[in-house]
Design a protein around this ligand. Sequence first.
Ligand SMILES: [Zn+2]
Length: 252
Amino acid sequence: MQESVLIYYNGHKNILEFMKNPFQSHLPKINLHTHQIVNGGQIQVLNVFAQDLPLNEKKQLFSTGLHPWHIGKVNPEACFQAIELAAKQKNMLAIGECGLDRSISTEFLLQVSHFKKQIEIAEKYQKPLIIHCVRAYSDLMQLKKETKSNVPWLIHGYNGNLETTKNLVRHGFYFSAGEKLLSNESKHAVFLAIPTDRLFLETDDREISIESVYFLAIQVLKIDLNKLAKMIFNNFKILFGDDRLALNNYLT
Ligand SMILES: [Zn+2]
């Protein structure tokens, strides 16, 4: 057995059960943020850019927002209108990705105003925010305080440092982690600092399966796959509600 398989096996009581299906769990895996739908027994939240709305597929779970990278390239008012319309669809889970990015040349204050508009929409429709944040974590915490927003704020593709993570945890943020964080050993302390009831996993736009992301996560957390699947599944139910799962026949 490979070392990684052994670590996983250690969490398992029954070797026969384990050998039958080493990496299966009875709960579907959840990919909280993806740009591409793949087939298989999993729940996938598709990211749809606001300028690509509407999404006519009635069962596909999705989130939608005006990405900071697209500011200046699309008509913001048309995007906000389309997002509001989409927010009325049952299969629309969250507003985003939207947020702040200090690594691009787009004027920061303009990014803030576009983000604020989407925070308002999230509040109006009581949807969580899925946030893209690059080198702007303190601005993000400031905004969360300032707007007194009461919807969950979830940072996707999370890759902050340990100090920032502790701060964000104190401010009540949720996190979605992917390969970037999990495959970097020096970042494992960051991953472990995220409270397990505020954690999600994702592939984003990477060429990796959600199964592989779950596999990386169980090695860092040193828990078995069933436990991880249950944890993420519960977090999802709490954040988005049972009816979202019913849409895809995951709950009957
Ligand atoms: Zn993305």
